[in-house]
Design a protein around this ligand. Structure first.
Ligand code: R5P
Length: 290
């Protein structure tokens, strides 16, 4: 048996990883095109991103809050640094004048009616370049039934991405039966980074998220997860960036909010300006009152 992730190891959470020449950790050895694309996702001033994830329909159809991307999302999209969506929604519903970063969903297959980890690649690199994507997102199911297949999807996409300067976002998907703890997320994020992911999306956990971020040598962005009260979502985003996340990739906690435009702006304050959650919630309420 190889040595597993044991308790009591030293992650040096208080020592930031040295980053030479480029503002994102672990990304200095990439070529100009890759770095330029990453700068369309991450704000070079704060080094962080507010990604708005609206790709849920690729496996669950018209999710609550995403019934009409043209009406629900297009008006708030300018507040995001980056929009994460499918090519179908991009072409049909997003104006090409939208000039922020686009992260395209590049894996898919099963619907919510079947085993979700049984995904394949669902987007060709040529199509991604035609659509001027800033990165491609692929789901990785560590511990899932089709773990190896999903990892293979990721590594094939990374190989193509390296050829054309396209960043690949590995999205760590957690099955219902999986323990959502630091050890699991360290395993999942580190595997994705070791196998070449440009950056990784993962869930926040109250205990040990700092070790997840510290042991991943490339940027980690926090996944939003199911809808929780606005104040709690802002607190979660704040804790994540304070503990080492390079921003957030939130969906339901923004577009299912009572006031999505206000919520995404409040998330922006937390992510880019380190605004504490209490103040950010107040900012949200003030925007709601108009
Ligand atoms: C993850 O499985 C997909 O990318 C989702 O469609 C999306 O990113 C989830 O976002 P949230 O959990 O914040 O609604």
């Amino acid at each position: 048996m190889p040595e597993a992730d044991k308790e009591g190891k030293q992650f040096y959470q208080d020592v930031p990883m040295k980053t030479d020449g480029f503002f994102l950790k672990g990304c200095n050895s990439f070529d100009w095109g890759m770095k330029n694309r990453l700068s369309r996702i991450f704000n070079p001033r704060s080094g962080r991103t507010v990604m708005l994830a609206v790709d849920h329909g690729y496996f669950q159809g018209p999710t609550t809050g995403l019934e009409r991307i043209d009406l629900n999302i297009v008006p708030i999209a300018p507040y995001a640094d980056t929009l994460m969506l499918t090519r179908g929604m991009l072409r049909s519903s997003l104006p090409p004048s939208y000039n922020r970063g686009i992260v395209l969903r590049a894996s898919g297959g099963p619907s919510i009616l079947h085993e979700l980890s049984n995904e394949h690649l669902a987007l060709d690199m040529e199509e991604a370049l035609r659509l001027n994507a800033a990165a491609l997102a692929v789901q990785v199911f560590i511990g899932g039934e089709y773990e190896t297949q999903s990892v293979h999807n990721m590594t094939r996409l990374i190989d193509k991405g390296m050829r054309y300067g396209m960043p690949i976002l590995a999205v760590t998907a957690v099955g219902k039966e999986m323990n959502r703890d630091a050890r699991y997320f360290r395993l999942a994020c580190r595997m994705c980074a070791e196998l070449g992911a440009t950056y990784v999306k993962t869930y926040y956990i109250p205990k040990g998220f700092d070790t997840v971020a510290a042991s991943c040598p490339v940027p980690v962005v926090m996944a939003g997860g199911k809808k929780i009260p606005e104040k709690d979502a802002l607190t979660m985003a704040y804790n994540a960036v304070q503990e080492g996340a390079a921003g957030v990739d939130m969906g339901r906690n923004i577009f299912q909010s009572e006031a999505p435009a206000a919520m995404i702006q409040a998330v922006g304050k937390v992510v880019h300006e380190d605004m504490p959650p209490k103040e950010a919630y107040q900012f949200y309420l003030e925007l709601c009152q108009g």
